[in-house]
Design a binder for this molecule. Structure first.
Ligand SMILES: NC(=O)c1ccc[n+]([C@@H]2O[C@H](COP(=O)([O-])OP(=O)(O)OC[C@H]3O[C@@H](n4cnc5c(N)ncnc54)[C@H](OP(=O)(O)O)[C@@H]3O)[C@@H](O)[C@H]2O)c1
Ligand SMILES: [Zn+2]
Ligand SMILES: [Zn+2]
Length: 352
């Protein structure tokens, strides 16, 4: 069995450390990527620390990473999408049944038999799936995306989760010119949300708890920035939004944002904090507002998003780190101290 180098957590309390993991020999429909960059998603941290134990308990050792850009190293004989040397990408999904109504609609993210890139059930090798904090990965070509030429590889990696997770609900809820859109939390997801909302033509307002991010928010494309702890600033925005994307990773008051929606406005949660929170019925009743959630996106829409980024020259703002700094990076994520996504340079893993 071929092996790959990887960084794994042995338990919810362990730091990530070097290990070896099995990777399958590419089959007829498989693509093997030599991983160049992997983005660091807050979901990696939630998973490593088993913070989603009630929904999807973590299986250890856990190798996170679902924002992967790599160079095609090998292809199976049936593979048509990519050839050796091409730049490919893998996001949060590596397989699905392909036969259910969700898959037939091209919405693999809703397939009951979808396989997540990490902490999923590996239907080919058995055991658990291992993600992109690794030097290579083998994935069915149906789940490998093409990276448009010209996009910076380190900045493109986060598009595979932070990008699609913010693009998909904005398309679904009709974000376009003439709409007022809020983005709550200027982290990895939030900063991509700002870029997409602006590129789609909306009036964009960022809500942040970090005063030092104000200038960045404007530079990233926001028309206005609101410090969410300032009650006066919040009050000025009451009842005015068509759509709000909540990308906060921790406990916060969602009701404050429901009140900012206008009639028939929608608040979509993409952030997935550990603990449930209370919702005021009147915040929804008055104004016929809606509250929903949205997970990542399907493969076709992920390619559409990448192509949109290619055309509009959109990538994530990244701080490139060696894999050896990953535990430090997690601590900084918890302090909202990242501008605005860590992208791991996997060349650093070769040195170990
Ligand atoms: N739905 C999906 O499919 C999906 C996909 C990927 C990630 N996620 C989830 O989305 C969330 C965000 O992920 P991310 O990678 O963007 O995380 P991140 O980079 O850590 O950003 C989270 C941001 O939330 C804000 N925040 C943090 N703690 C807060 C608090 N106590 N109160 C208010 N705001 C706070 C901060 O923004 P400010 O400094 O601007 O306040 C922070 O930068 C995570 O829960 C992640 O698991 C969901
Ligand atoms: Zn993610
Ligand atoms: Zn399916």
């Amino acid at each position: 069995m071929p092996e790959a180098k990887a960084y794994a957590a042995a338990s919810a309390k362990s730091p990530l450390a070097l290990t070896k993991i099995p990777r399958r020999e590419p089959g007829a429909n498989d693509v093997q990527l030599e991983i160049l960059f992997t983005g660091v998603c807050h979901s990696d941290l939630h998973t490593v620390r088993n913070e989603w134990s009630s929904f999807m308990p973590t299986v250890y050792p856990a190798v996170p990473g679902h924002e992967i850009v790599g160079r095609v190293a090998k292809v199976g004989k049936e593979v048509k999408k990519l050839k050796v040397g091409d730049i490919g990408a893998v996001g949060c999904l590596v397989d699905s049944d392909g036969t259910c109504p969700e898959c037939k609609d091209g919405l693999e993210q809703f397939c009951a038999n979808a396989t997540f890139t990490y902490n999923g059930q590996d239907k080919k090798l058995g055991g658990v799936t291992y993600g992109g904090y690794s030097d290579s990965v083998v994935v069915d070509e149906r789940f490998v995306l093409r990276v448009p030429k010209g996009l910076d590889h380190a900045g493109a990696a986060p598009l595979l989760c932070a990008g699609i997770t913010t693009y998909s609900p904005m398309k679904h809820w009709g974000v376009k010119k003439g709409k007022k859109v809020g983005v709550v939390g200027l982290g990895g997801l939030g900063h991509m949300g700002v870029k997409f909302a602006r590129a789609l033509g909306a009036h964009v307002v960022v809500f942040t708890t970090s005063p030092n991010k104000k200038e960045d928010a404007l530079r990233l494309g926001a028309h206005e920035v609101v410090l969410s702890k300032d009650a006066n600033e919040m009050a000025k925005q009451l009842g005015s939004f068509d759509f709000i994307l909540d990308a906060v990773s921790a406990d916060h008051d969602v009701n404050a944002y429901l009140n900012l929606l206008r009639r028939d406005g929608n608040l979509t949660l993409v952030g997935a904090p550990e603990k449930p929170f209370p919702i005021s019925a009147f915040g929804l009743i008055m104004g016929r507002r809606s509250l929903s959630g949205s997970p990542i996106g399907g493969i076709a829409e992920t390619q559409e998003m990448l192509d949109f980024c290619g055309k509009n020259n959109i990538v994530s703002d990244v701080e490139i780190i060696p894999i050896q700094k990953i535990n430090e990076a997690y601590e900084r994520l918890l302090k909202s101290d990242v501008k605005y996504r860590f992208s791991i340079d996997m060349a650093s893993l070769k040195a170990e």
